[in-house]
Write a protein of this length. Sequence first.
Length: 720
Amino acid sequence: MSKVCRCVLNSFFSVCFGGALAAADYRVAGDLDSPQVLFGLERLERAVKARGDRVIPGSGSGGPVNLRISIEPGGPQDDPESYRIEGPTDGGALTIHAVDSRGAMYGLLDLSEQLRSGVHPDEIVPVSKTPATSFRAIKFNLPYMSYRRGEALEVHWDTCRDLGFWESFLDMMAENRFNVLTLWSLHPFHYMIRPESFPEACPFSDEELAEWKAMWTGLFRMAKERGIETYLVNWNIFVSPEFSRAHWAADYSQEWQIFGAGETSDLIERYTREVVTQVIDEYPDLTGLGITLGERMGGMDADQRRTWLERTFFAGMKEAGRKIKFLYRAPLSANSGSGGSTSRENDLKTRRQIDGMDFVEPPVYVSFKYNWSHGHSSPKLYIVHGGELSDAYWNPVPENHRVVWTIRNEDFHFLRWGQPDFIRRHIKEANIREYVSGYMIGSEMYIPAFDYITAPGPHKTWRYAFERQWLFYSTWGRLLFDPATPDAFFEMELEERFGPGVGPDLLRAWKMASDAPLHFACQYEGHNDHSLYAEGFCTWQEHVDFISVDRLIERKALDERYMNVREFVRGGEPIIPGMLPPPVLADVLDGNSRDAMAIVGRLRSAGPISPVLAAELADIEAWADYSAYFAAKLRGAVALERYRQKGGEADRVEAVNHLESAALHWAALSDAASRYNHRELAFRTYDRVRFSWAGLQDAVNADIEIARRAAPGVSPASDQ
């Protein structure tokens, strides 16, 4: 901590807490008996211990109380998690008024952050905060019987069994005001219990199972101590591999094969009911369960899926010794397929089932994928999993359930990201609704645990993957709690990491850099996981499939402000105010690239920079090169399509020139992206597929040949 910060802390406590400049004890009184308050006090002590000061709960006889915690349920500010900080008057105590223990914890965290920011005690003004969203969740896919298989998921196995990892992750969640952790697995139950009627389902010895139970128990307990609810979410008709082998049942469970028909025998239903009941009873700190009506339900119609849920999960929950909460992921298919479909009739039937769930602790949270698997695209809702969403779930306004928007991130994992303006727009667009409780943020294909991305070196000062993406979690969590959180706060966080004076420039650069994948996912409509990977400018199945200039020309846009290249040229290339047709979007991307690069240049020329800041700047450079690449490719696509539709050699030459420029920008992107990261990485979930930007250079160069060989009047359809 700098000498300036030390002086601020000394001054603060000298004035507010009556302390002398010598090391002192700061005494706290009031409602201190909850683990959430104790966690907040521990964070406060971190903020004052730089000069040997201590925070001591309880007044005793050692001195006057100078910080008071007051929890007043049903007070004037009665929304859960609300708090109010009042500065000391007439020599009295600084007071945190809260509605509940979570609110008191957040008040203490707020106070700690004020101290860190250098607020002088004379400048303290009353702070009053009520969370904008009550459900602020992280979606965390577990490596245990994971949704898919492959090196990119299996590498996290040991890290996710380490309570030290979970303590760090939960600390981050609490500090960023996330209050829900959802843990996803095809079938997690055999890692948690030995089913009483089906002991053969658990593969572990008593000693091994005890270790697993200690991990789960510790995780749920630590989450609760930080005011974080925990949910186990599974995909439905799966059993443990051991159960499958013992009973010759649901053999797809042995290899974790996610698509196809599920086995609906009485045996599997009895097993499912029992494990649900037993997990609820054996883990009292687990908040809730969740389900996904989709995978391994092929061949069943929507009514059959709901009925199966009632006979298994709901029946098991009713048999448990306590009520729990429930996360009902909206059905992924309205028909008997697994690919995704929606219908108003199915929405109405599902709502009727949810409205009858009087055996769970309300409300039921109903989750929808915002813009399918690519929530980092448009802040406006266009599609959910399967297509358009009717208003059946909220018209009329529900009494016992609330909507949660799932913001999937399948579009950037290797490069850092942080764009608070996008998040603010998203909350304003999507959450000003009385039936919406909040958001769930996270990926299906990426686990933020073991950091297999960062190359070794002095730039790597962190241990876990989520720590390299700290700005992603900070912006989402803070703004979901309070969308009015100013840019100054994120600038302060940047300066804490990278030094005084760099915050405003770095945040501006991150905003411009982070717009790149958002623009791409708005221009190129994505559906399921495979259909788009914006960071890599590709789609994927069992191999990386680069998005060629022809595919870019053909693909429809997601956001109505953007325009498909082919239709733009065919329609006379209109430039409409408020719209982002390809040439206008290219100008925006180029401007962002130039401005971000200029900031990086200024920071580098100002003097020696730390290896950690150098790694951060390299990611900004990579996104800036990406923006320049995308801009050049859009211009090349327009010129190429114009040539095909209208002829004219000048347009073909222009297309070639733009695509040659794009290839140079891609090479620069490859260099920047791999400067502090591994050049080649396990791609998503397939062992035999590796990903690198450099590895796609030949595909990038192939666009040039497409333009050189183009012929008037020939517009090949893409192979999307």
